[in-house]
Design a protein around this ligand. Structure first.
Ligand code: HEC
Length: 120
């Protein structure tokens, strides 16, 4: 009985510590927050990626009105689909695997999926 009580007292702290450790280890190097990642994705979309996404795609949130690829506000691709297109290329769109880091690809995928589903 005594042991049980002590365990109950100790467990919230243990959970808090484990939770912090889990969050810290889950964060990529550079410890980016969600907002940082979205800001990076937007920057890459507008001008950081070469060739620029905005040259070929329309995405209202980024002020992009390219007309070669699909309108992302209408396609509303999820993050996985975007990351796949960036890694492998698709149709006339080149692969960015050689020019963007994995962290940059994930930031773009997060940003485009959120920005495109937020529109309309
Ligand atoms: C040279 C023009 C061009 C550039 C630059 C370009 N794209 Fe594309 N993109 C296309 C075309 C064309 C398609 C349609 C390909 C197809 O379906 O055959 C496409 C398709 C896509 C798709 C849909 C993939 C799918 O599964 O249907 C996404 C998402 C996408 N592009 C995101 C991006 C992002 C993000 C960037 C910048 C890193 C980018 N594109 C740069 C031309 C481009």
């Amino acid at each position: 009985m005594k042991l049980n009580l002590q365990r109950r007292k100790a467990s919230p702290h243990a959970f808090a510590i484990l939770f912090c450790l889990a969050v810290l280890t889950a964060l990529p190097a550079g410890a980016q927050t969600d907002a940082d990642q979205l800001a990076l994705g937007k920057k890459l979309f507008m001008q950081g990626a070469v060739p620029a996404c905005s040259a070929c795609h329309t995405l209202k949130d980024a002020g992009a009105n390219g007309a070669i690829g699909p309108v992302l506000d209408e396609l509303k691709p999820d993050a996985q689909r975007i990351a796949k297109a960036l890694r492998n290329g698709i149709g006339q769109m080149p692969s960015y695997a050689g020019s963007l880091s994995e962290a940059q690809i994930l930031a773009l995928a997060q940003y485009v999926s959120r920005a495109s589903s937020a529109a309309n």
